[in-house]
Each structure stands twice: as structure tokens, then as C-alpha cells.
Design a protein around this ligand. Structure first.
Ligand code: NAD
Length: 460
């Protein structure tokens, strides 16, 4: 196949040529690449943490460790352990007219996969997809976010040290580079970022018929059924919403509570926040908002809700430059807080009359990435699961479905296309190639036009 030159990305033709030359890397080669990735992360742990902390203007070291490095190392361990089994050909059923014969699926690499990643978990969201990409025998080019420049430069250097340039490369740059990158004729493109940019990425990829996996955002609801203790729910909501100062794709965006309980829940949440993210420790115990522009957007959204008659509650103490955890009760439904993904430490609490009203509130919005249901009542749980769709669900908690090795992670509708992680990620990054082989004696050997009554016989 002729190699088209790509002046902006000289690495692309090199990497594509290598992927065409060595199309089917075996188990040992794949495990070796995963091991290099593991060494890269383990040996540079401290440096990675410091780069991310600087890019954020302050983010707790433990958040980077627990929410980026640990899940990445777990994914590497899980994938390396099960890869042999996932790679096996899969026998499939053969219908009687085609007997004797055998049918199977080969899971083959796609080729070169592009990965575009966001700033909010810069390590995990660049390298988590890479685990699945390499496990499935592909090569990759990564375009990390321009909003974490220190980390992105570090990643570029580390990848060039631990990987050959025809296996994985990193391309840094802003929106223009990202646009040109998404127009490369990759064999697959994984994009993690906002829904608005996801649309553009899919348009760019369409020109090459490049299939996409889109991991997008959205407004993930938490619903408290009437039976659930407020203090228990508050603990999980604080974890999900205020870790990384709410800049988490699956953070609960807003909470629905039975009428009359909004203030009591807010009090429980504030109590928890004061011990989990105390104001005095905010310098290194609570994450900053990524840029001044993002801070302004959040502040304006709160002001608009207040002007619309909402009550604003914050924990005591001074959070300095950072945006303090903020609860908003009674915000009008048409305000910015309900029109866009919040992506910051601001939590609207919405009172509902019946569970059906709560579900209707969710279903008036685009399909969310995550849904959190707090209840020990089986009927209520079923009503919530059946009544509102989402990419994934954690029951009686937040965030934890993303940490399950054997569950697909992805969105639905506006929150994304396709899922990855573990064996689902391996499959997503593979081509399921169908193979049929007739047996020695086979009816179809003697079949050819004119077909006569063949159709009648087979259909019967
Ligand atoms: P973003 O969409 O602004 O940017 C993501 C990446 O896309 C960056 O690398 C950027 O350079 C690139 N980009 C920008 N414009 C582009 C264009 N026109 N064409 C191609 N690429 C372009 O997102 P962000 O602000 O970095 O991240 C926050 C968003 O990501 C939130 O909406 C959040 O919910 C979502 N997110 C989703 C997941 C998930 O797994 N589903 C995870 C984290 C974040």
C-alpha cells in the first residue's frame, strides 16, 4: 500500500508501515509492550505526580496516585494476566445446511490507533486506552491535552524513552494540532473529552471512514430514594463530587432527593466536606480548577443560580484562590447549572415529589455517562435502573463502576460511543474476523446456479 506523507505528523507513515509489516504481534510481544508501559509509569511515578500538580496549580498527590496511577497499574495487571485467553480464536455455531464445517472468530489487531485525551486525569485517560490498544496488538499515536503542558511534554519524553518510535508516539499541541491529528487515516480513533468536541472528531474521522470510540461527558445524576440514610449517601457523594474538585467525567453532576430532605442532605454533605477537604488544608488537600477561564465559568453559573432565587451553601473557612465545595438548592431548571455539564465542585440539589418525577427530570436531559442510585429497596432500585438509561451505574456509591476490571466503561447517546477497559477494551480494539471452513464432505461443494428448489429446502 502506498504510504501517504503527512507533513505535520512524520511519525504517522512510519508507524503505519510498521503495523502493516508486522500485522499480528504474538502474545509475548504484546506482554512485553505492556511491561514497558508498566515500567515507564512505575519508574516515573514521582515525576508524573509533580508535573500534574504543577499543571493544575495544586492537586493532592494522593488523588493522582489513587485515581490515575493505581487504576492504570491494575488495568495493566488484569490485561496481562488474561490476554492469552482473550486472544484465543472463538468457535462459533454452524447451521445444519453448512455442516459438516467449522466457523470461528479471530481477534486481530486493527492497525494504528489514535488516542486523543483530556486534561482532567491526564495520565489515566491517555494511557488507559493505550493498555487496550497494545493488548489487542495495535500501535498508537497519542495527542494529550494542551491544558496540562508539563505533563504532556513529560509523556512525550517518557514514551520516546520506553517505546520504539514505530510502536507508540506522542504528538503535543493545541486545537489546530488536535484537528489535524483527528483527520489522520487511523484504523481507529479513541477520543476522550467533551461532547461538543466529540462531534467534531467524529466528523474529521468520517472522511477516512475511521471508526471512533468516543468517551464523552454529560450530566450524571445521583438519585436518593426515600429509604436511604442521608449521612451514608453524603459520604459517597462527597467522594464522587469533590475529588479533583469535581473535574471528573463520572462525578455526580446533581442530586435528586425526596421533597423536604434537600436541606438535611446539604447539612450532611457540608459536615463531610469539612473533614474530607478542610479549608485550611486546601493548599495541598483539595484540587484547583484547571484554568482561570474554567473558574470564571463556574463562578458565573453560581451567580446566575443565586439571581434566579437559589440558596447557596458552602463549608466554613477560606479556600483561597480555589473554588470551595458549593451546594445549590432550588436553582431554576433553565439555568446554566442544568443546561451544561458542571465539571467543578458545585452540586445542585433538586427536590422531587415522586420517583417518577425524578426519572422524568433525568430523562428531560441527554443520556448521561453515569447514574448513581441510593436505595436498599428492590422495587425502587428496579424503577431507577429501568426508568433512566446511562453509560454505567454504581448502586449505593459513586465512581466505583469505573474501577471494575471486568466491566465495560463507556457512554450512551450524548455521553459516548463504544466502551473500553479489560476484555471489552481488547475486543473494541480488535477486528473480529469471521472464518468459515467447510468439512471434507460438504453439500455446497455441489451447489451452483441454477439453484432449482434449493431455497425451499434450506428455508424449511
Ligand atoms: P475537550 O473536548 O476540550 O478536549 C479533549 C481533547 O480534544 C484535547 O486533547 C484537545 O486538544 C482536543 N481537541 C480540542 N479541539 C479539538 C478538535 N476540534 N478536534 C480534535 N480534537 C480536539 O475536553 P477537556 O476539556 O479536555 O475535558 C473535559 C471533558 O471531557 C468533559 O466533558 C468530561 O466529561 C469529558 N471526559 C470524559 C471522560 C470519559 O471517560 N467519558 C473522561 C474524562 C473527561
Amino acid at each position: 500500500m502506498p504510504v501517504t506523507p503527512h507533513p505535520e505528523f512524520p511519525a504517522f507513515p512510519i508507524i503505519r508501515k510498521a503495523s502493516r509489516r508486522d500485522r499480528l504481534p504474538g502474545l509475548a510481544m504484546r506482554r512485553d509492550r505492556l511491561a514497558s508501559l508498566r515500567r515507564m509509569v512505575v519508574e516515573s511515578r514521582g515525576e508524573i505526580g509533580r508535573a500534574i500538580n504543577t499543571d493544575f496549580g495544586g492537586r493532592p498527590r494522593q488523588e493522582t496516585e489513587l485515581l490515575e496511577i493505581v487504576p492504570l497499574l491494575n488495568a495493566l495487571r488484569n490485561t496481562s494476566r488474561h490476554l492469552r485467553r482473550w486472544m484465543r480464536d472463538e468457535r462459533r455455531h454452524v447451521a445444519w445446511p453448512f455442516q459438516p464445517g467449522s466457523a470461528w472468530v479471530r481477534h486481530e489487531p486493527l492497525g494504528v490507533v489514535g488516542i486523543i485525551s483530556p486534561w482532567n486525569y491526564p495520565l489515566l485517560l491517555a494511557l488507559g486506552p493505550l493498555v487496550d490498544v497494545l493488548a489487542a496488538g495495535n500501535r498508537a499515536m497519542i495527542k494529550p491535552s494542551e491544558l496540562t503542558p508539563g505533563f504532556s511534554d513529560l509523556l512525550k519524553r517518557l514514551v520516546s524513552e520506553y517505546f520504539d518510535a514505530d510502536v507508540v508516539t506522542v504528538e503535543t499541541g493545541g486545537v489546530e494540532v488536535a484537528q489535524a491529528f483527528s483527520a489522520l487515516p487511523f484504523d481507529h480513533l479513541i477520543f476522550t473529552g467533551s461532547t461538543a468536541v466529540g462531534r467534531k472528531v467524529m466528523q474529521g474521522a468520517a472522511a477516512n471512514l475511521t471508526p471512533v470510540t468516543l468517551e464523552l461527558g454529560g450530566k450524571s445524576p445521583a438519585v436518593l430514594a426515600p429509604d436511604y440514610p442521608l449521612d451514608k449517601a453524603a459520604r459517597s457523594i462527597v467522594l464522587g463530587k469533590f475529588t479533583n474538585a469535581g473535574q471528573t467525567c463520572i462525578a455526580p453532576d446533581y442530586v435528586l432527593v425526596p421533597e423536604g430532605k434537600a436541606e438535611a442532605l446539604a447539612r450532611e454533605i457540608i459536615k463531610r466536606v469539612e473533614t474530607a477537604f478542610p479549608a485550611g488544608r486546601s493548599k495541598d488537600g483539595y484540587a484547583n480548577i484547571i484554568t482561570a477561564r474554567h473558574r470564571t465559568r463556574l463562578a458565573e453559573a453560581v451567580d446566575e443560580a443565586r439571581d434566579g432565587g437559589a440558596t447557596i451553601l458552602r463549608p466554613s473557612g477560606d479556600y483561597g484562590e480555589k473554588i470551595a465545595p458549593t451546594l445549590v438548592i432550588g436553582a431554576p431548571e433553565d439555568c446554566l447549572l442544568f443546561r451544561e455539564e458542571i465539571f467543578g465542585p458545585i452540586l445542585p440539589i433538586v427536590a422531587y415529589g415522586s420517583l417518577d418525577d425524578a426519572l422524568a427530570f433525568i430523562n428531560r436531559r441527554a443520556r448521561p455517562l453515569a447514574l448513581y442510585a441510593f436505595t436498599d429497596d428492590r422495587d425502587a432500585r428496579k424503577s431507577i435502573l429501568d426508568g433512566a438509561i446511562s453509560g454505567g451505574v454504581t448502586l449505593n456509591g459513586t465512581l466505583l463502576h469505573i474501577a471494575q476490571d471486568d466491566l465495560p466503561f463507556g457512554g450512551v447517546g450524548d455521553s459516548g460511543i463504544g466502551a473500553y477497559h479489560g476484555r471489552d477494551g481488547f475486543r473494541r480494539m480488535s477486528h473480529a474476523r469471521a472464518v468459515y471452513k467447510p468439512g471434507f464432505v460438504n453439500a455446497f461443494e455441489h451447489v451452483g446456479p441454477p439453484f432449482g428448489k434449493l431455497a425451499d429446502i434450506i428455508i424449511r
